[in-house]
Design a protein around this ligand. Structure first.
Ligand code: ZN
Length: 604
């Protein structure tokens, strides 16, 4: 099927051989060869030539995906394509577009065609292509046009580097040892294999029996030897959870920027964004390792063990799932847990990460509006298209999904008296749905997997926390491990305007209005420029409410669309929660069993 990799390549050849022997009409007769050149890399162009042979049809539709798996937004990659032409036997063939991402070719009487087009690549992110004179990053969904209904066709990709470029990094296999020519067994794999070409710094390590390649683009103050050791620990720890590492070769493509972040998972590789000077800062380095742990965990969770809607993919449309809280939220949970279990971070740092996650969720008004399953389903139109009201109306399936994973982990460890954990569920689901059934799981099947190890029915859990808006009962579940949360801001009676501001050229603009806060109630708007409080010009937002109390009526003067407006505002209590995870004063033996298993304290 679509999601396999190197292992499948061998199988593919065997199948091809078999088909050639047993059938006269070989399904693999169509051959596709791409050549990518960069004659104008400095102006951000990749030039693609695609040669298709073995055609036997009157009409051929060529398409470009509208999205890239893992990043749930229709990005319309065809918008970057220009100078599209098709020829056969040296003659041009008409190739009109029939919709935003499809070109229709009259292929009657021709068996081979050449397609040429240029792609403008100037969007810096882990899921879009970028080319300049220093390097080229090909996010393949936005580079390679494919023949409709031929997703299973293999292809070769020849990269002709721009002057000075020496190195290609991708998980696609080299053809005959030529690093500039790569082979893809089918389009699902091609679209899941980004390609970096340039002068990157490449180093490797071996872990869990797999050859890892790290490709560093853009420089940085990283310590290679330290990275090799810590990244190998992460790989080993994650492999232990699933019981096997399905790759033979895996590539980390790291883009180092002045300020960078984010990552995108692939089957046998990942692209990470990092800040080039952050590696020597302990928190920055931990953050990078967290990103490594997150994206690498995805090679199992979402790339192989996956919601049924996420593979095989529909590259023309949104692919809806209510399970991103598992695909992303569980991965976000494990990214911290894996660092703790690999003894990279201390128990204190782990608990701080949990604390931050809880505060993020509980201070987000949208947590009371949008259920977790809905946040996942609407990722395409909401979380990937945030606006000024997002915090008031939605919740992140990363943050809340991670905390739901924590509650479930604690539940399973507690119920089984330390025998099982969420790890067992992940391995069971991977074995059952990826390895045995070779398909994605349904919502119900994942729930059954959880119930199998929790030893109880989770109907209410799902009703409350996944489909409903019941606040997560942290104290119940953390209590299993002898912890509780305490709100350190509980006694405060500080007044607040309930708005978020940003300064631009000395002016203070409202960029967010918190649902239910004073500004919300009394009509301060996003984009208002705050100019005065009680007639006194505002110089510093930090001291604007000095001497004021909750319940005070003040006047706030704003410039709205250039016009002055004075609003009476009644100050409300700053209801920001400041939770901290603390140990209970007395921890029972059972709680200690749960704590040790959860926190990976067994050897300590
Ligand atoms: Zn992720």
């Amino acid at each position: 099927m679509v999601m396999k990799t190197i292992k499948l390549t061998a199988l593919f050849f065997i199948l091809l051989l078999f088909m050639n022997i047993t059938t006269t009409e070989a399904a693999g007769a169509v051959k596709i060869a791409y050549t990518v050149t960069f004659p104008e890399a400095q102006a951000h162009y990749a030039d693609v030539e695609m040669n298709i042979s073995g055609l036997a049809q009157n009409t051929l539709d060529l398409k470009m995906p509208v999205w890239t798996p893992g990043s749930y937004l229709v990005r319309e990659f065809a918008k970057n394509v220009e100078s599209f032409s098709v020829s056969a036997n040296g003659k041009d063939i008409r190739s009109p577009k029939i919709n935003k991402n499809t070109w229709r070719i009259n292929a009657a009487g021709v068996s081979a065609i050449t397609v040429k087009y240029r792609v403008y690549c100037f969007e810096i992110s882990v899921r879009t292509s970028f080319v300049d004179a220093s390097h080229g990053f090909l996010s393949t969904t936005g580079i390679f046009i494919y023949p409709d209904k031929m997703l299973n066709t293999p292809s070769t990709i020849k990269i002709v580097p721009y002057k000075g470029w020496t190195t290609v990094s991708t998980s696609l296999e080299a053809v005959n040892g030529d690093t500039f020519t790569r082979y893809s067994p089918n389009f699902d794999i091609l679209f899941d294999s980004p390609v970096e070409v340039g002068t990157q710094d490449v180093f490797g390590f071996e872990a869990a029996g797999v050859k890892y390649e790290v490709c560093m683009v853009g420089g940085g103050n990283y310590d290679k030897e330290m990275l090799k050791i810590d990244m190998a620990k992460i790989v080993e720890q994650e492999t232990k959870i699933f019981g096997e590492n399905p790759n033979k070769h895996y590539v980390f493509i790291v883009h180092n920027y002045q300020r960078g972040g984010g990552g995108l998972e692939h089957l046998s590789s990942t692209t990470l964004g990092a800040s080039r000077d952050n590696y020597t800062n302990p928190a920055g380095y931990r953050g990078f390792l967290g990103l490594v742990a997150h994206e690498h965990f995805h090679l199992w969770n979402v790339k192989r063990l996956r919601p049924i809607a996420l593979g095989p993919f529909d590259y023309d449309n949104e692919n809806y799932t209510t399970d991103l809280w598992i695909a992303e939220g569980f991965t976000a949970y494990y990214q911290n847990l894996v660092l703790r279990h690999a003894q990279i971070t201390s128990p204190e740092i782990y608990l701080t990460a949990i604390t931050n996650e809880i505060n993020t969720i509980e201070n987000q008004p949208g947590a009371k509006i949008q259920p977790l399953a809905e946040a996942s389903f609407d990722a395409w139109i909401k979380s990937y298209r945030p606006n000024e009201n997002s915090a008031n109306t939605g919740i992140s399936y990363y943050d809340k999904g991670a905390m739901v994973a924590m509650l479930l982990d604690l539940e399973i460890i507690n119920d089984s008296k330390g025998k099982y954990s969420l790890d067992n569920v992940m391995k069971y689901m991977y074995d059952t749905y990826y390895k045995q059934k070779n398909r994605g799981y349904t919502d119900e099947e994942f729930k059954q997997g959880l119930e199998k190890f929790a030893g109880k029915n989770l109907d209410d859990f799902y009703k409350n926390y996944i489909y409903g808006l019941t606040p997560l009962d942290y104290n119940k579940y953390l209590g299993y491990a002898g912890y509780k949360i305490v709100d350190e801001a509980a006694g405060s009676n500080e007044p607040s305007l309930g708005v978020i501001t940003a300064e631009n050229a000395g002016k203070k603009y409202v960029i967010g209005v918190q649902r239910g806060g004073a500004g919300w109630v009394d009509g301060i708007n996003v984009n208002d420029e705050l100019t005065a409080v009680d007639g006194a010009p505002i110089t510093d937002m930090g001291s604007v409410l000095d001497g004021k109390k909750v319940g005070d009526k003040i006047s706030v003067t704003v410039l709205r669309d250039g016009l002055p407006l004075t609003l009476p505002v009644t100050l409300l209590r700053n209801n920001r929660l400041r939770y901290k995870v603390e140990s209970l004063p007395n921890v029972s033996p059972q709680q200690m069993v749960v704590r040790k298993k959860w926190m990976g304290l067994l050897g300590e």
